[in-house]
Design a protein around this ligand. Structure first.
Ligand SMILES: [Fe+2]
Length: 203
């Protein structure tokens, strides 16, 4: 799948399938078991967040492998195309040596004064639990992690001697199919009609 490429175009960046035409891994028969697990955990996640059962329909929009060689990383970014993101780790022992997912605090309100938690001679320790700028989750084989797609994140350098493998997912929430009110939610995609660039409906 990766061919001769060992990374993305940016120097030191891991290879990510989404930039190389491999962004529908969930449609592969070999991924059926993983999609089944994703369905279960996403349902629990949404219930845990307070979504009413059956109130939303969740769609896998894209999924892609990530292969990180020793020394490679992925810079800070988010996924504006999606609502919910997931990553499943195929390798890693939880030590963080082969890399960790860094989730950035989008708005550390408990700093009270923006930018205060910088440590040094300032009045607020940078490590103050309620003001941390980020949280790291070490890669661990078998771990399925869900997080808001708009949350900035990065992948820290693979400092091990081994290649790290993971699979990423982007998911979108819409209204359920059928004639339901879609207020607050995008309507179900079965109701969408694309426009051609000349303004006519697609055939
Ligand atoms: Fe990402």
């Amino acid at each position: 799948m990766r061919g001769s490429a060992e990374g993305n175009s940016e120097p030191g960046c891991a290879w990510t399938g989404d930039l190389h035409g491999h962004h529908q891994i969930h449609r592969c028969q070999d991924a059926a078991w993983l999609v089944e697990q994703l369905e279960k955990y996403v349902a629990d996640y949404l219930l845990g967040l307070g979504f009413k059962p059956g109130s939303v329909c969740v769609h896998i929009q894209r999924s892609w492998p990530v292969i990180s060689e020793p020394g490679q990383l992925i810079g800070r970014h988010h996924h504006p195309n999606a609502h919910l993101s997931a990553v499943y780790y195929l390798s890693g022992n939880g030590s963080g040596k082969c890399g960790a997912l860094r989730l950035f605090n989008p708005n550390p309100l408990n700093e009270l004064i923006p930018g205060m938690a910088v440590g040094g001679q300032g009045p607020l320790e940078a490590s103050a639990a309620r003001s941390i700028s980020h949280h790291d989750v070490a890669a661990h084989a078998g771990l399925l992690l869900l997080f808001p797609a708009r949350l900035d994140h990065a992948v820290l350098e693979n400092c091990s001697d081994n290649t790290r493998f993971s699979i990423s997912f982007d998911l979108v929430l819409t209204a359920p199919p059928g004639p339901t009110s879609a207020e607050y939610l995008p309507p179900h995609p079965s109701l969408w009609d694309p426009l051609r660039q000349d303004g006519n409906l697609m055939p």
